[in-house]
Design a binder for this molecule. Structure first.
Ligand code: NAP
Ligand code: MG
Length: 504
């Protein structure tokens, strides 16, 4: 396994200087009614590479959620609801342009806050901008419909925004996730109250500030604060008409309960334990890299991670050998270095969880590589964990069934097609799945049989805003992205216009 050569104190110095650079122009805090909210108890936002605070962020409380919801309704009723589609689209494009003018600043914030390799952070910021542009375009082409109903009736449907919607996002791809929710919601004409994850709010706060003067005040609000407090308040707020949540299945289920009390609709993007089936004819070079990208991208902190490789017996040895090589070739180091391919986990809590799973795995299966924290002393202050591979895993083990959310791969084998499908679908989750084969027929047959909302063939991703994204079973329901997300942020009205006979 590679590692960068800088020593620990050089990395720490460099990061402290980057903290100053990244936060120099900004006072972080809530963004409510077009203004910064800079009072409130402060929370240090940790840089997971050096375990030090990047900046202190004043936290919102329940009263701020009330304030944000009031501001959002005032903005909605004070004009946003009547803004033309063209106007909303233009403003979204303007916001996307403003973010594009600050790509490097946002990238640096995301890299420092999450510990993501800088090239991945940049890709996600660009993905966020692309998402906003997609919705700015898509909404212009959005249509209601006319329902043929005979000569006496003109029956048609229209789409309307909900009013004020609430959005709760996780810490693993903060700005991108926020754009997945804000893009369609704003395009559809809603006003938004978004709660970023407590650990990684910086890029989203900055992006909201960059909307100043673009959207009317109150249309876009960001309320950083704790999940149990601010998140719960968003989920339960009487005046929030729809809630979109991305995060863990357990918390998502609680959000659904809170929304159910007032019969508010919800969209849920939850956890995963995604399988990748490697068939005997697979191009192993391509497929090993697809599965490795799938589990090691973002240090495995990604909901659609291919955490279960299900490999045909006949190619299992070769796959495993190449996969371990791919795992060991990762360069763990300072995410600010372009050569680093794997950064730390995002928090100390996450490090504890992942290393706990690895220890459990050692008693359940055969450890092939990794299995601990890297020996490089320069990385000892960060939440690093080695890319880890287990073989001989079964679906009834802890590491074979629970979402680890770290760079931990399990490899299991199958003998025939039915067994592969059974193993793949034998999970409470159904977010993503993957197929490695050169056979077109097998691709279609398998894609049809996999019980998951996403199927990637011979590749991991890409995730495009053009297509709906979301899971089956306990991975959630409703969709982010695609035209579907635009529809989820709208209510459909059927209008029956009864027509009299002309009396001319
Ligand atoms: P999490 O603990 O469920 O947190 C997600 C968000 O919910 C955070 O903003 C969190 O705030 C907030 N929250 C916590 N408790 C809450 C409550 N009682 N009421 C309302 N909101 C509350 O999830 P996570 O650990 O941050 O994220 C990892 C999980 O997200 C994984 O399971 C992963 O698979 C899933 N995920 C799914 C997708 C997808 O698209 N399907 C994408 C990314 C992640 P705090 O930050 O303050 O705790
Ligand atoms: Mg952080």
């Amino acid at each position: 396994m590679g590692s960068s050569h800088a020593d620990g104190s050089a990395i720490a110095e460099r990061h402290r200087s980057k903290h100053r650079e990244a936060t120099a122009d900004t006072a972080f805090g809530g963004w409510i009614d077009g203004e910064r909210r800079t009072d409130g108890p402060e929370r240090g936002i940790e840089d997971p590479v050096i375990g030090e605070s990047i900046v202190e962020v004043p936290q919102c409380d329940i009263g701020d959620v009330d304030g944000a919801v009031d501001a959002a309704w005032s903005a909605f009723e004070g004009g946003w609801t009547d803004a033309s589609v063209r106007d909303r689209s233009k403003r979204l494009f303007e916001w996307a342009d403003a973010l594009a003018d600050h790509v490097e600043e946002l990238t640096l914030l995301e890299c420092l806050d999450c510990g993501k390799p800088i090239s991945q952070a940049r890709g996600e910021v660009e993905g966020a901008i692309d998402t906003l542009e997609f919705y700015a375009s898509a909404v212009r082409a959005h249509r209601g419909s006319e329902v043929p109903a005979g000569d006496d009736l003109h029956l048609y449907t229209t789409q309307e925004p909900y009013g004020v919607v609430g959005q709760i996002v996780p810490w693993n791809y903060p700005l991108w996730a926020a754009a997945w929710k804000l893009g369609p919601a704003l395009a559809a004409g809603n006003a938004c109250v978004l709660k970023p994850a407590s650990d990684t709010p910086l890029s989203t706060i900055r992006a909201a500030q960059l909307s100043e003067g673009i959207f009317p005040d109150g249309v876009l609000n960001v309320v950083p604060g704790s999940g149990s407090d601010v998140g719960q308040a968003v989920a339960a707020h009487e005046d929030i008409r729809k809630v979109s949540f991305t995060g863990s299945t357990g918390v998502g289920s609680g959000v659904m309960h809170a929304a159910a009390d007032r019969v508010a609709p919800v969209t849920m993007e939850l956890g995963g334990k995604s399988p990748f089936i490697v068939f005997p004819d697979a191009d192993l070079e391509k497929v090993v890299s697809a599965v490795a990208d799938g589990i090691f991208y973002s240090t495995g902190e990604i909901c659609d991670a291919f955490s279960r490789a299900i490999v045909h017996d006949s190619v299992a040895d070769e796959f495993t050998e190449r996969f371990v090589e791919a795992a060991e070739s990762h360069v763990l180091g300072d995410p600010l270095d372009e050569v680093t391919t794997m950064g730390p986990l995002t928090s100390g809590e996450q490090l504890e969880t992942v290393t706990g799973y690895i220890e459990t795995g050692k008693g359940e299966a055969e450890l092939l590589c990794g299995g601990g924290t890297p020996g490089n002393p320069a990385l000892s202050a960060g939440h690093y964990v080695e890319p880890t591979v287990f073989r001989g895993v079964t679906n009834d083990t802890t590491i074979g069934s629970e979402e680890i959310f770290g760079p931990v791969q399990t490899i299991q084998t199958f003998e025939d097609y039915d067994e592969a499908i059974e193993l793949a679908n034998d999970t409470q989750y159904g977010l993503a799945s993957g197929i490695g084969t050169e056979s077109t027929s097998l691709v279609h047959r398998t894609a049809d049989d996999l019980d998951a909302g996403l199927v990637y063939v011979n590749e991991y991703g890409p995730i495009m805003p053009d297509a709906p994204y979301g899971g089956f079973k306990q991975s959630g329901f409703g969709k982010d992205l695609g035209l579907e997300a635009l529809e989820h942020y709208q209510r459909t009205k059927s209008v029956y216009v009864n027509l009299d006979e002309p009396e001319l």
